[in-house]
Write a protein that binds this ligand. Structure first.
Ligand code: GLV
Ligand code: MN
Ligand code: MN
Length: 413
């Protein structure tokens, strides 16, 4: 099928979406349910209505855009991604899968294609963990991994729960209805930038994801003793920052010494209290993001990190708590979707590279409820979660073409 992708329109829409940001360009910061997030959603919904598609939203703001097929009772084929952006991120992470998904549908319509199964484009709420600490909030609840009780335990930095925050944002339906049953979708396929440099280095336009690595998140709180920076002598101190720093260094060693390059661990937040020049830090709060392609190795790292917290805090006589926010297993992609991706790529003369996604995506949770796959496209130097994140319009166009063809194939099955 000849798919005519309007590259200029898609580039302009990606650029427009990037303007809904708390940070000045080229950085993009778009946090769940903020004014910028709601404005970006409104912009996206407007584009979908212009394209003649039907919209529905669930109680968390997951947005479903439907192109009804000739057999609307069959489970639909879904695609989509996220538009939230971590602090000081770039403009392609997630957005390529959302606006690219819309462009794929528009191109299929233009080509005169008539789907048998309906095709749904999903804008997932909060793939990024910024506001409530866990990633993939929308798909986590959709897939039943997080229920309403679990949701009620999450808090943002102001102590608000997701329930309070979503009501303030205008989403008031029943939270229990967010969960989708297994079989609700026939298949899910997500288009995303690679966020690593392999495709670019090998000059291959399409990544065919076979599996998604297992992520875990820990919150560590330390409480020592503060006091006067001149008057408390060194042997008497219980400095929470120094204790936290030793723990952070140990976390790095834990990831470096598993024997596998697939092990990664990151302290992304390290807050100290009271944060004054002449005051000993009495409290530390730190987050740890731990991932591996191998679940057993990821779990061993989590255990080793917890042991390090207990040992180091005991030696330094500080109080410590560790909370595990999430410890998710990896996901495997469905063979029927990698095969469809291979066939679609061949149709356009594009080479493919099978690869593991080391970043997580909503696909990690969609894989729990339906056969799932991911299509990756190259990004410059593999850079992501930075303002200089970049994918070439022609690379995006190739990914959208392949996505369109995969959706078409799956929708006829
Ligand atoms: C997603 O943004 C991730 O952190 O992998
Ligand atoms: Mn991201
Ligand atoms: Mn993403």
């Amino acid at each position: 099928m000849n798919l005519d992708i309007n590259q200029a329109r898609l580039s302009a829409e990606l650029a427009k979406l990037a303007t809904f940001s708390e940070a000045p360009a080229p950085a993009v910061t778009r946090i769940l349910y903020t004014k910028q997030d709601l404005e970006a959603r409104a912009y996206f919904k407007g584009l979908c209505l212009e394209a003649g598609l039907e919209l529905r939203e669930d109680a968390l703001g997951n947005t479903f855009v439907r192109w009804t097929g000739s057999d609307p009772d069959l489970p639909a084929v879904a695609t989509g991604s996220h538009i939230d952006a971590i602090p000081h991120a770039g403009m392609y992470d997630g957005t390529v899968g959302v606006l690219g998904g819309l462009e794929a549908i528009r191109a299929l319509k233009l080509a005169g294609f008539k789907p048998k199964r309906s095709i749904e484009l999903i804008l997932f709420t909060a793939e990024e963990p910024t506001r409530f600490g866990v990633g993939c909030l929308g798909s986590r609840v959709m897939s039943g991994v997080l229920d309403t009780n679990g949701l009620a335990k999450l808090k943002d930095s102001e102590g608000k729960t997701p329930d309070e925050a979503r009501q303030e944002a205008g989403f008031s339906d029943n939270l229990a209805d967010v969960r989708l049953t297994e079989g609700f979708y026939y298949a899910f396929v997500e288009l995303h930038i690679e966020q690593m440099p392999q495709l670019e280095q090998k000059n291959i336009p399409i990544g065919m994801v076979t599996a998604i690595a297992a992520p875990a998140t820990l919150h560590i709180a330390l409480e020592g003793a503060g006091g006067h920076a001149g008057a408390v002598l060194m042997p008497e101190r219980k400095d929470a920052l120094v204790c936290g720093a030793e723990i952070a260094q140990t976390i790095e060693s834990v990831a470096l010494t598993t024997g596998s390059i697939d092990s990664v661990a990151t302290v992304g937040i390290f807050d100290i209290h009271p944060r004054a020049v002449n005051s000993i830090p009495s409290k530390v709060f730190m987050t740890v993001d731990v991932r591996d392609t191998d679940l057993g190795r990821r779990d061993s790292m989590v255990e080793a990190i917890k042991d390090a917290v207990w040992t180091i805090s005991a030696e330094r006589k500080l109080k410590a708590t560790v909370e595990t926010l999430n410890a998710d297993p990896p996901a495997s992609c469905a063979r029927e979707i990698t095969e469809a991706t291979e066939l679609a790529s061949r149709e356009f003369g594009l080479r493919t590279l099978p690869m593991v996604s080391r970043a997580y995506h909503d696909a990690l949770f969609m894989a729990r409820i339906c056969p799932t796959g991911m299509i990756f496209i190259p990004c410059k130097d593999g850079v992501s979660h930075r303002p200089d994140e970049y994918s070439k319009p022609e690379d995006i166009e190739r990914g959208v073409k392949v996505l369109g063809s995969v959706l078409a194939r799956l929708s006829q099955a």
